[in-house]
Design a protein around this ligand. Structure first.
Ligand SMILES: Cc1cc2nc3c(=O)[nH]c(=O)nc-3n(C[C@H](O)[C@H](O)[C@H](O)COP(=O)(O)OP(=O)(O)OC[C@H]3O[C@@H](n4cnc5c(N)ncnc54)[C@H](O)[C@@H]3O)c2cc1C
Length: 447
């Protein structure tokens, strides 16, 4: 097939958002009795699932302190549930297990989940929490836990399998996906800022509507569109901060404990929910008994047959390199700079042992292969879903997004002219207007 010179709907990025947008666009066109072939084109400089979507832990949860994020996640969980087999989605649920400093925030999340009909259970008090956890895991031993939020929906998906399934759904409806096509520039209309074509390493492609789902590479597209690198941010107290970097990178620390995944089955032999523990109990090394930290720490983990062990992560760290100098490529485990550190491995396995006796003495089982990768976060660490230059939809999920399978659907509906209430709290002008999302006491920048 010849290299296309034109596409009505051109989508950059074959990750979760680009492909989900393409799938929905194709569904909508087909439902309207219109042709899809030749109109919806996805291009990617590398391949399907080559970016963050292909290395994500794959956790799907609703547990967010921000009402707008919770509403959005509830919508996305519905899309995951629409074809669990194809998406390799495991609806095992999700647990937020916390010490007292997070009790109030999590209680609020629970009550708001009840208000939107998202099924969850909330356990309060140290004894009740311990009993609840021991009912699931007889060797539970985490300290200082005073609340447990158990979401009955959510769970996790096998990262690349879900993305390949999405690509198949889009292609089956007539979407063309071209890999090895790198966007290098954009050409605007002479009379307006609308993008009329993109330059690629294989040739120029004209478009009517452009969707950018570029994950960690969003910085580069933002720069191509000459959007502001520094912005004004009005915080929730009304104070205005000038020259705040629009983007910043964080390194996601994740890894695998090389044990049989079913080591983490529950007392009843069933798959456990994804477990997320945040506590202020001192964390002691499982190797030498020395204190690793007396500050708040957090980990998440799950048994994972796709990764071949118990897989999970801990709080990320901020990349201090000036944002325009951060080397995104080679990405993920191939990066010489951004892979999980030995300190992470020590901390994470010790934290697993803090939670379950079964993991004591397992430090040598940490899988030493490179893992993790960087994510691009916005000025307030929440997504920006908005239209720029009149015809460019940018999906900048601030690294929240593997779970957001439904966002592409909502963006596709907007591309077709139907504004979506669920996306409105994520517009770019919230920074100037001071309409930021509330933040919680969690040690993670994404809760
Ligand atoms: C280690 C790690 C673990 C994570 N775990 C979770 C999790 O458990 N749950 C969760 O919800 N989220 C998780 N995330 C976040 C999530 O993975 C991302 O938010 C999401 O995958 C971003 O999807 P995307 O489609 O925007 O981008 P990506 O999946 O990164 O896709 C972007 C694509 O754009 C292409 N591209 C880039 N530049 C160009 C160009 N110039 N021309 C053409 N193509 C280009 C890339 O090749 C890439 O394929 C994790 C992230 C990391 C790094």
């Amino acid at each position: 097939m010849a290299f296309p010179k034109q596409a009505e709907f051109l989508i950059i990025g074959a990750g979760i958002h680009g492909l989900s947008t393409a799938w929905r666009l194709a569904e909508r066109l087909q439902a309207a009795g219109e042709k899809v072939e030749g109109r919806v084109l996805v291009i990617d400089k590398d391949g399907i699932a080559a970016g963050a979507s292909g290395i994500a832990c794959g956790v799907v949860r609703n547990n967010y302190f921000q009402p707008a994020m919770r509403n959005l996640m509830a919508h996305s969980v519905g899309v995951w549930e629409s074809d669990m087999a194809a998406f390799s989605y495991h609806p095992v649920g999700y647990m937020q297990i916390s010490s007292e400093s997070m009790h109030e925030d999590v209680a609020q999340i629970y009550s708001e989940q009840q208000a939107i009909g998202y099924e969850s259970v909330f356990i309060e008090g140290e004894t009740k929490c311990r009993d609840y956890m021991k009912e699931m895991f007889s060797d539970w031993q985490a300290q200082n836990i005073t609340s447990v939020l158990h979401e009955k929906r959510g769970g996790y998906a096998n990262n690349t399998k879900a993305i390949y399934a999405l690509a198949k759904k889009a292609e089956d409806l007539g979407v063309r996906i071209l890999t090895g096509v790198e966007v290098t520039g954009m050409n605007t209309e002479s009379a307006s800022s609308a993008v009329k074509s993109v330059e690629t390493n294989k040739g120029t492609i004209e478009c009517n509507k452009l969707v950018v789902g570029a994950g960690p590479w969003v910085r580069d597209f933002w720069n191509m569109l000459e959007l502001p690198k520094q912005i004004e941010v009005k915080d929730l107290s009304g104070e205005v901060h000038q020259d705040v970097d629009m983007w910043r990178y964080w390194q996601l620390e994740e890894g695998v404990l090389d044990v049989k995944p079913d080591t983490l089955m529950m007392n009843n032999g069933e798959m456990p929910p994804v477990l997320h523990v945040d506590t202020d109990a001192p964390l002691v090394s499982d190797v030498d008994g020395k204190v690793i930290t007396e500050d708040m720490w957090g980990i998440y983990y799950k048994p994972d047959w796709h990764f071949g062990g118990v897989q999970g992560g801990a709080a990320p760290y901020k990349v201090n390199t000036p944002v325009d100098s951060v080397a995104i490529d080679p990405y993920g485990p191939s990066s010489p700079e951004f892979v999980a550190s030995t300190d992470f491995a020590h901390m994470w396995v010790s934290a697993l042992a803090h939670c379950h006796k079964r993991f004591e003495g397992h430090s040598n089982n940490y899988h030493r292969e490179a893992s993790g990768g960087i994510g691009c976060f916005t000025a307030d660490s929440f997504p920006v879903f908005d239209t720029f230059n009149q015809n460019v939809s940018i999906i900048a999920d601030s690294n929240h997004g593997y779970k957001m399978l439904g966002v592409g659907h909502l963006v596709a509906d907007e591309v077709l002219g139907e504004e979506q209430d669920l996306l409105k709290p994520f517009r770019f002008d919230r920074f100037a207007k001071g309409e930021l999302h509330p933040t919680s006491s969690s040690p993670f920048p994404w809760s």
